[in-house]
Ligand binder design. Sequence first.
Ligand SMILES: [Ca+2]
Length: 171
Amino acid sequence: MLLGQVLCFQHFSFRLLCCALVRNDPTLISLWSRVRVLMSLSVKTQAIYARHYYNRTGWRVEPGKRYALKATGQWIDLFIPSGPAGYASPSLLFYMSLLEPYRRVPEANWFALIGLIDSGNCSAEQHPVIIGEGLHHWRPARAGELVCYANDLPWLYWNNFGSVTLEIREL
Ligand SMILES: [Ca+2]
């Protein structure tokens, strides 16, 4: 779907909501709720589990297309709760800053939501994308399945709990 079409549709939806609220018209409010349902059908949702080394989404992405990603929720690293943006090494746990270079993506926060595009061989882990709380206009570098995980030390997934929810929408 073209970005212009999405923006036009969203603009229409917003104007419809405004009219419905100003006029307090039940018919318009009902119509707006149906439009919202139609818009939500274009959004795919997937749970990303902290303990899984790889979370396969089943979503095939392609270069030349643009996607909006949004992540919400909370997962837990042993006893440290975190959102999908992840967390910095706590000052009280000084050893964690020493371990930062050994994270799967050293430059990203602990428990930041990471994505990679699997073109057939996940083990390469090349070109990870830091998704965090989301990306507004993501352009994949190549075609493949989007695979996600919490950024952690490769050998410390056994003490991870919970999941975050990831949404994807093609623009
Ligand atoms: Ca862990």
